[in-house]
Write a protein that binds this ligand. Sequence first.
Ligand code: GUN
Ligand code: ZN
Length: 431
Amino acid sequence: MSRTILRGRVLSFISEPQGLDDHASYRYLEDGAVTIEDGKIVAVGDFVADDNAEIIDHRPHLILPGFIDMHLHYVQSQIIASYAGSLLEWLNTYTFVEEQKFSQQGHANAIASSFYDELIRNGTTTAVAYCSSHPRSVDAYFAEAEKRNMLMVGGKVMMDRNAPEALCDTAQSSYDDTKELIGRWHGRGRGLYAVSPRFAITSTPAQMEAAQALVAEHPECYVQTHLSENDAEISFSMELYPNSPDYTGIYEDYGILGPKTLLGHSIHLNHRETRVLAETGSVAVFCPTSNLFLGSGLFDRGRLMQAGVRIGIATDIGGGTNYGLLRTLDEGYKVLQLRGQRLTPFNSFYMATLGNARALSLEGTIGAIAPGNAADLIVINASATPAMALRMATVTTLAEELFLLQTLGDDRSIAEVYVAGARAKSTLGGL
Ligand code: GUN
Ligand code: ZN
């Protein structure tokens, strides 16, 4: 069996940081070694020479767990940066038009390939994505993940109203297609399936019942949907489901909340909704670049955390404006500034790695540099651009370096990416 040792400054989180001085929440090795065998991490510690291993020296860069993106739409890769006012206009003008193209297998395959290249370029080694309503878009998504040996979560969007006919399925076909796709892709390679009713507006009660049945029949799968992103969306949802107490209540009534349920946005929630999310263990997913771009609102991390709600962070491509978690953390910091809340750099990098792994109940598999975990790793350079190098010359602490990385860094800071122990960024075509 071949053994590889990555040498560099190793940083990995152990628990959620309780502030800038919480040095017990992470492990940092100034001259560290990550030993990899068969795609997995087998040892982590201070570097010592080993004649039986291939040694790759990444000093002076940082080695971190690969970033995890909790919510994005691979089928929106070609509508990022589309000029729209707010959510519903953006969906109708660009999104629902664009997603129709995924009825073509060739198109889906080509976009999936470019999408994964972009994830790797930005240091994202695991993501949770929506495909289109076409089953073949899901085939393209998971086939590409399998080819690259990546741990990816995703699913076919279920939507049977308030969208163009060409994009709509039916309650029955969405059930049948989802069932077949779970059988084909869940647990194949590193793929994991997410039952994906798009949101209350595009699902009839009959389709919500179909989703409820799927969730009950497949507790091994994730569930993903959108919740309380925009005021007009909330009003329309309540018109469509007048018997539910609030937006969260719609999903609650159909039994689709729970510890594997990922709720994109979750911005405008009342106290009852917050309590229900906490009680069910559902995950609120913070999508800062999207929320600012579409003017949706300011995620209230402090209130949700106080209520005990699990939280993840995500890009939400293509409502979001950048594939990278670094840019996303920067915008997240600014959203919370506007809320009067502070996000320490340790908390930022925790969220993008171990925090998101925990939100996916995948601690012990990804999100940390620890024996037994997959060797999904990134190498980050805090002096990747002249402006970063200029600032880095004055940096004296790890916290300052992380904050510089999230504030000034982007894909150029991601020096290398390892997926299950194999180099993935330097081997990308066209670089
Ligand atoms: N709500 C329902 N669908 C979508 C989508 O594609 N993007 C965003 N941002 N919100 C949604
Ligand atoms: Zn979304």
